[in-house]
Design a protein around this ligand. Structure first.
Ligand code: HEC
Ligand code: HEC
Length: 290
C-alpha cells in the first residue's frame, strides 16, 4: 500500500486549528453574496448545503490526500489541483470519486483507497465547497503561509523524525533553501516522488525515476524487479532501468507473484505522523539550509 492510512489521532487536535480557521473563513465567505454577482452567477457551482460534511471531508482530505494534493486540494508537488479535476466536477455524492479511488492510478503515483460511502460523501462535499470557494483566492493565502521555528525543526530532524539516518544538512540536503520555494519544498518534504521539472519542461515518466514504486515479479522460477509502469488485476508491466526496456506479464490471481516495494517507504510512514507545527518547523529549518 502506498499510503499510510492509519491516521494518528493525536495529530488531529493541531490540525483542527487550521481547518477550523479555513472553515470559518469559508463559511464567512459563503454566507456573503459574491462580490461581483454579474460575472459569477452563470458559472457559479452550487453552494454547499451540509457544513458538517464539508468540515469532516476537509479533515479527511488533509489526513489522507493533503500530502499530495495540498491541504486545500489546490495541488501539491505530488498531485494535481483537485478543484480543477473533471472527475471531481462530475462527481455526485462521492459515487464517481469512489470508483476512481477504488482503482487509483498506481503507475502515476496515485494510490488506491477503499473508503466507506459516508467518507466519500464527506470528501465530495468538501471538494465541491472548495470549487465553490475557489473564486476567492483570499481563503487559500491563509493556509499557504509558512510559519515555523527552524531550531525546533532541526531538533526534530536530528531526533524524533529520524531524518538524519538517511539525510544530512551538509551533504544531500545542502542548499535546499535556495533550490525550492517554501510551498514546493513542503511538498518535497512530504513525498519527494519524481523530480521537479523546470517550468515549461515536460516531466519525464515517473517510472524512469529512482523514487518510483517498484514491483518484483516472480514467474516460472525467474525474478525481475523494476519500476511499475502499469499494474492492474490483469497485467503487470515494469521498467528495467539497466536495459531501459519494459516487460509485461498477464496476471491471473496470484500468478505471477508480485511484491511491491517503495523507496520512499520512510516518507510514506511519516505522512500520518506530521502535525502542522512539526511540518511548519521542518519547512522553516529546511529553508534555512544554504
Ligand atoms: C501519494 C500521493 C497521492 C495521494 C496520497 C493522493 N493522491 Fe490523488 N493523485 C495523485 C497523483 C500523482 C495524481 C495524478 C495521476 C495522473 O497523472 O493521472 C492523482 C490524481 C487524482 C485524481 C484525478 C484527477 C484528474 O482529474 O485527473 C483524483 C480525483 C484524486 N487524485 C483524488 C485523491 C483523493 C480524494 C485522495 C485522498 C483520499 C488522493 N487523491 C490521495 C497523488 C496522490
Ligand atoms: C529511510 C530513508 C529516509 C528517511 C528516514 C527520510 N528520508 Fe527523506 N528522502 C529519502 C529518499 C530515498 C529521498 C529521495 C531522494 C532523491 O530523490 O534523490 C528523500 C528525499 C527527501 C527530500 C527531497 C530532497 C530534494 O532535493 O528534493 C527531503 C526534503 C527529505 N527527504 C526530507 C526528509 C525529512 C525531513 C525526513 C525526516 C522526517 C526524511 N526525509 C526522512 C529517504 C529518507
Amino acid at each position: 500500500m502506498v499510503c499510510g492510512m492509519n491516521v494518528e489521532r493525536r495529530a488531529r487536535k493541531e490540525r483542527k486549528g487550521i481547518l477550523v480557521l479555513f472553515f470559518f473563513a469559508a463559511s464567512a465567505f459563503l454566507s456573503v453574496s459574491p462580490v461581483s454577482p454579474v460575472s459569477l452567477v452563470a458559472q457559479q457551482p452550487e453552494a454547499p448545503t451540509d457544513p458538517a460534511a464539508v468540515e469532516r471531508g476537509g479533515q479527511l482530505l488533509r489526513e489522507q490526500c493533503g500530502f499530495c494534493h495540498g491541504t486545500n486540494a489546490r495541488g501539491g508537488s505530488g498531485g494535481p489541483d483537485l478543484t480543477r479535476s473533471t472527475i471531481v466536477a462530475d462527481d455526485e455524492n462521492g459515487k464517481q470519486l469512489g470508483a476512481f479511488l477504488h482503482e487509483g492510478r498506481l503507475d502515476r503515483g496515485m494510490p488506491k483507497f477503499d473508503l466507506p460511502p459516508s467518507q466519500l460523501t464527506d470528501l465530495s462535499a468538501f471538494l465541491h465547497a472548495a470549487i465553490y470557494a475557489n473564486a476567492n483566492r483570499r481563503l487559500y493565502k491563509i493556509l499557504d503561509i509558512v510559519v515555523g521555528d527552524p531550531k525546533a525543526g532541526e531538533a526534530y530532524f536530528q531526533g524524533a523524525g529520524r531524518c538524519a539516518s538517511c539525510h544530512s544538512p551538509t551533504r544531500d540536503l545542502k542548499g535546499l533553501g535556495g533550490k525550492y520555494d517554501p510551498v514546493v519544498l513542503q511538498g518535497r518534504l512530504l513525498l519527494p516522488r519524481g523530480r521537479v521539472s523546470p517550468p515549461g519542461e515536460p516531466a519525464p515518466p515517473l517510472y524512469t525515476d529512482p523514487t518510483a514504486i517498484k514491483a518484483t515479479v516472480t514467474a516460472g522460477g525467474e525474478t525481475a524487479t523494476g519500476a511499475i509502469v502499469r499494474l492492474t488485476d490483469f497485467e503487470v508491466t515494469i521498467y528495467d532501468s539497466a536495459s531501459q526496456r519494459q516487460r509485461s506479464w498477464l496476471r491471473n490471481g496470484d500468478t505471477p507473484k508480485v511484491v511491491i516495494t517503495d523507496p520512499l517507504q520512510a516518507h510514506v510512514e511519516q505522512l500520518p505522523k506530521w502535525t502542522d507545527a512539526e511540518m511548519h518547523n521542518m519547512t522553516a529549518y529546511l529553508m534555512s539550509l544554504k
